[in-house]
Design a protein around this ligand. Structure first.
Ligand code: ZN
Length: 188
């Protein structure tokens, strides 16, 4: 079969899988067994961020060090978002007060009393650098070297010259992730 035909067959197969709803099941098979990694507990947004970077497992430098791995030279961090809550108060003098200044009795600008009922909570996000498991080396990870099961999903990948590798799966929520997972599988 020519490469072009292979691709067409692969796409047709892929569409069939979508139609039949088989894909989540395929992915579940491909990603068994399940492993718990730190990112299993991340917010949906953060898990999406790492999925779009093509990984199921990313951690901070220290976290990697603790389990006996180090980040390979030249690897770039990806940034997840850590929410930080803070208090904000808009004084009638026009000054916006934050955190410590809000908890005081009087506005630091005009010395008027701070109306506690007008204090609002807000959230800011700090970027936290993490590195993909793929960009680390050292002690073997529990989910490495799992054999990828053979099934039709793999034909699609090989027709596209895409390497499919096995990976521990984050949590048990694969149904929610079916489309994202598919994209990730096509990217890696
Ligand atoms: Zn004021």
């Amino acid at each position: 079969m020519k490469k072009k035909d292979k691709v067409q067959v692969a796409i047709a197969g892929l569409l069939d899988m979508f139609r039949s709803g088989e894909i989540p099941e395929k992915i579940a098979i491909a990603t068994n067994p399940h492993f718990n990694v730190p990112s299993s507990n991340w917010s949906l947004n953060n898990r999406l961020i790492q999925l779009f970077h093509g990984t199921f497992d990313s951690r901070g430098i220290k976290q990697w060090r603790i389990i006996g791995r180090k980040v390979k030279k030249g690897s770039k961090a990806l940034y997840i978002l850590a929410p930080r809550q803070f208090e904000i108060y808009q004084c009638k003098c026009g000054l916006t007060l934050f955190n410590k200044d809000v908890s005081k009795e009087k506005c630091k600008g005009c010395s008027s009393l701070i109306d506690k009922s007008e204090i609002q909570k807000a959230v800011t996000f700090n970027g936290v650098p993490v590195f993909r498991a793929e960009d680390t080396e050292g002690k073997e990870l529990p989910y490495e070297n799992i054999l990828v099961p053979k099934h039709s999903f793999m034909n699609v990948a090989s027709a596209w010259d895409i390497e499919v590798k096995s990976s521990g799966f984050i949590g048990n929520a694969y149904l929610k992730w079916k489309f994202v997972l598919l994209i990730v599988y096509l990217l890696i």
